[in-house]
Design a protein around this ligand. Sequence first.
Ligand SMILES: [Zn+2]
Ligand SMILES: [Zn+2]
Length: 212
Amino acid sequence: MLQYRTVPVTPFQQNCSILWCDETREAAVLDPGGDVPRILAAIEELDVAPRLILLTHAHIDHAGGAGRLARELALPIVGPHEGDKFWIDGLVQQAAMFGFPQAEPFMPVRWLKDGDTVAVGRTTLAVRHCPGHTPGHVVFHNAEAKRAFVGDVLFAGSIGRTDFPGGDHQTLIDSIVQRLWPMGEDTVFVPGHGPESTFGDERRHNPYLRGT
Ligand SMILES: [Zn+2]
Ligand SMILES: [Zn+2]
């Protein structure tokens, strides 16, 4: 069964999540945006064995610590979708633009696409491509635990910004309706920022998603 702990990182309080399989204690670090020492301390405290880094998308607050963490722990970086390559290529400029410490450049060993799966120990994450906030944004779904890690696609009471290069409002709404809602009303999602919620609660109460 999939377990996880969320560690908020960076001045943007981005939810880095450590996911692990409770049978093997093999783990994935999802969206290590920064504050790498804090992530390393959580890994040690949880006593899990990190095997890979997962990225939902390549904004600096989600990906800024990926290069350093990959180097320090010799981990492969998996995801996001290739549509975010321009954000990875521009990581240095992103750090300057948002006043982040300098980020180590990296390149994923594997791009993800809709319908892919990623193993964490004996648990499996299903990959859905959810463009709109960024063109290459993906989310990770574990049906057994009824959990989804959705980055900046959807928040409790809000949705992702679409005013960055490559963003598009209607594309984001389509991603939410076509790819998140089918995961089920009782599925709990971990957003990139802020508290968890369920898809059912957002479908009923989120002001940006009325009538979906
Ligand atoms: Zn973002
Ligand atoms: Zn973010």
